[in-house]
Design a protein around this ligand. Sequence first.
Ligand SMILES: [Zn+2]
Length: 418
Amino acid sequence: MSETSPRKKHIVLTSHPTGNQKPVPIRWGAADARERGPVVATPAGSGLRNTVGSYSGSYSVYRALAVAAGSLDPLHKPDLTNTAPAVDLGPFPQWSDPAKIVSLDPWGHLVGSVFAGEIAAGLDVRPTIAVTRARLTVPELKHREGPRLEPDGEVLMASGEVNVTKVALEPTWYLPGIAARFGTNEHDLRRSLFEHTGGMFSELVTRPDLHVFLPPIGGITAYLFGDIKAITDPARQLSCRVHDECNGSDVFGSDICTCRPYLIHGIEDAIQTAQQGGAGLIVYNRKEGRALGEVTKFLVYNARKRQQGGDTAAHYFERTECVAGVQDMRFQELMPDVLHWLGVTRIDRFISMSNMKYDAITGQGITIGERVPIPDDLIPDDARVEMDAKKAAGYYTPGHVPSEEELSHTHGRDLDKY
Ligand SMILES: [Zn+2]
């Protein structure tokens, strides 16, 4: 760093408020963005910061690395020219209900325009949501056997490609609201977050005046199909799949689970509903392996396939619990926030069998019409173990729920059969 750099030479601790730290006021749930105030998460040292954590979720660690490696100017501020949302979304009444949206900043995509004056004056405030357009190539749509969707030239092109609007959302947690959603108190939540991230964010326990936390976790991508206005129009149909990341199946086509086939089924239903004048929505949450991570997930695969009697549906959840201590850490409680953000009040076709997702969404006051299970012929052979175990555990199925006895007969592939 040059001698003339305005970057501070000394490390500024923000763990305790001092005379020159005057966080920009933030009023969660206020009726408009200016009244709410900007989420300011500039690097430590700015007394204006009103958050714990840093922009970009888990990628903030790479930004720190880039600065350490000398490839990023630590004082760089984004040039937001031409980055505004590609389509208008909101505002919706849910944005100003502090109990409805607690895990994202409903104004996060409008930062560049709403706070243009502050940004021009030097305040480093960044978007936490971005809205763009994309054209998808989904091989299954072109190569599947049996009847295919008919191109319409707007949603589905003759080439087989699909036009969508896509939205990336970074987590922005309002800690009092998060605590309420989980039935705990803010103090205990802050302490747990502090202790179980190795003390990564001391402000969680020393700065009770800061209530917004940008956690270093993965975000959400929402894919919107068809006329966006149909999402909030009760007279038109909405198809929706809420999908949790499964890199092994989603990207690489691993056959041990139903993730990609069900995701594609959701995309097909989204296209079809959009073609009929409604809208389709796919919400993709970065919560790999039930938010346990891929290492845990692969350990569980081995434990399942090596156990006495081989991989059976009867012991599917038990093996996960042995390794991880819990069956699932996705905690769907926060998931409906993105639906509230999109103005969703009802889902006509819910492309999911998860009782946890269903309960979380309806528990937030969003009604669900039809629940659409994965068609049987889309379930890969080795994924029968997962599917039967989930049905027995309470997943929605209009068909047969396997008994204990039947679960012990559903077997997966042995480790030496690959
Ligand atoms: Zn999967």
